[in-house]
Ligand binder design. Sequence first.
Ligand SMILES: [Zn+2]
Length: 272
Amino acid sequence: MKVGLRDDDTSYFTDPARLEAVYHDVWHRIPVGLAVIPQAAGFVDKAIPEKYWDAGRSFPLDENAPLAESLRALVKAGRVTISQHGYTHEDYPDGHEFQAAPDLESRLAHGQAYLERVLDTRIRVFVPPHNALSKRGLRAIDAAGLNLLGSFLSFRPSMRPWDRRTPANWWRIKQYRSKTSRTKADRFVYPHVLRYRNHAEFGCCSLIPNTTFDELKRAFDEARAAGGNFCLATHYWEVDATLKSVLVQFLDYAEGFPDVTFVPVERLFDAA
Ligand SMILES: [Zn+2]
């Protein structure tokens, strides 16, 4: 069983000391899949320092030179891997970035090329801001061939671009839902990779304020019983002492199973 760890929202606004404070005793056990915003917009958001709230522009990651340098060293040391988290992570009146921005294809292409150049790595995975994607957003990701890490991604065929693999995937989800006695209204994380024409998708379980170890244990045990894999997703800027102890307790628990391997999130998509 593979277990991955994803952390969202590293951007120009991130103090590398904050990542270090949260993960210094974690990333030697499990590499952290940092979902990085290439050109973060300054706007009113609790993940952004207040002095940038009315900046009215976006900030390239490498304008924060200490951060870029620290990330390059962490990548080289195998402590983190880098995925792409939107382009500016801005909201629109009618949705989040990858639901509503007009130019999704170029945002994907420019963001990927920029991160690869600045952080000297390869980008294989995309994480949509707020885990939100329109049909158009999904089509752009499939065309770009990036794998998708989300949480509670929509499985509704009507919300997806045409793909001959959709009906079989939809059927697998339906079977899983009924096997675990869930209704259509119950949100859940499907513990297997779903493969589409040119990309694959995997869902993560969220670690946010008020998430308990028991909730994570239950989700992990369920994925394990189903012969699946598991990804935990959090935000470094929300990780306080309580959340950190839940994270460590979870890693200790998962590591106790001899067949569990901690992997970079990219490896969750490897062929079985
Ligand atoms: Zn985000």
